[in-house]
Design a protein around this ligand. Structure first.
Ligand SMILES: Nc1ncnc2c1ncn2[C@@H]1O[C@H](COP(=O)(O)OP(=O)(O)OP(=O)(O)O)[C@@H](O)[C@H]1O
Length: 251
């Protein structure tokens, strides 16, 4: 099976610091692949390398078998890699539908024509509505984004990514700052999405990771400590010792 996404020997240094060292990963279709690790392990740097925000110093990124190493973020997004950011990235005074609309429109050549009459661009509206529906916020289509709860705003961000019609999702801490109920909703949402999308998830919420991820990569100091099926990695003695701490959660 050709993986949706693959990295080969990916490395990134900042000055003398190796933030990501020789990382090789494979993400298969319909897989939730979680990347975990302590602060400073290199997880966000990895995400930035995959989405084109950073260029690697060495190694390759292959998307659907094609080399996309070093492409600009915009090109990578157009190829079908959608990413969310750690902080919320929405337009607060716009409605949820308008937020998804802008995201969907960003895929068009003339993406500056904010809100031109919707009947002229039915496909953009369709994509925006689909993004909203998939993220579970259709009932809030005309609600201003700043009237949503924090958790719903994070859901909206995922809806905006989906409105760009990606085939692969990169989600950087989608549950950060959420309470149990809110993160439960996002876990459900990601479970639904994994039927149709491959997904890389960076997340500190271990309960969430263990309940939805099929593959787990543990990074420490920029390197992969272990990678494979969740149960196998979770029970790996090196992982237990270095990261999870003998069954005691450290987060
Ligand atoms: N732009 C940058 N310039 C210099 N150093 C950086 C830069 N970005 C990250 N680093 C360093 O690279 C290392 C990895 O950082 P990164 O943010 O990828 O870790 P992380 O695993 O995502 O951590 P966290 O869980 O805290 O978000 C850290 O030592 C960090 O200080």
């Amino acid at each position: 099976m050709i993986p949706v996404l693959e990295t080969q020997g990916l490395s990134k240094t900042f000055g003398g610091l190796a933030a990501v060292k020789d990382v090789s990963l494979r993400v298969n279709p319909c897989e939730i692949h979680a990347i975990i690790g302590p602060n400073g392990a290199g997880k966000s740097t990895m995400v930035n390398l995959l989405s084109g925000q950073l260029r690697p110093c060495a190694g390759r990124v292959l998307f659907q078998g094609k080399d996309i190493t070093g492409l600009e973020p915009n090109r990578i997004s157009h190829l079908g890699i959608g990413r969310s950011f750690q902080r919320t990235n929405i337009f607060p005074t716009f409605s949820c539908l308008e937020n998804c609309w802008l995201a969907a429109q960003s895929r068009m050549k003339n993406s500056f024509r904010f809100f031109r009459r919707s009947e002229r661009y039915p496909e953009v509206r369709e994509r925006a509505e689909k993004g909203l529906e998939l993220c579970g916020l259709s009932r809030h289509a005309h609600t201003r984004a700043d009237a949503l709860s924090y958790g719903e705003q994070r859901q909206l961000e995922i809806g905006m990514v989906l409105a760009t019609e990606p085939v692969f999702l990169l989600l950087d801490e989608p549950m950060a700052g959420m309470g149990r109920e809110e993160s439960g909703r996002v876990v459900e949402l990601l479970g639904r999405l994994s039927r149709d999308y491959a997904l890389v998830l960076v997340e500190h919420d271990m309960d969430a990771v263990f309940s939805i991820a099929s593959t787990l990569t543990v990074m420490v100091n920029g390197e992969v400590l272990a990678s494979g099926p969740v149960d196998q990695v979770r029970n790996n003695p090196a992982v237990q010792q270095a990261y999870l701490g003998d069954g005691e959660e450290q987060y």
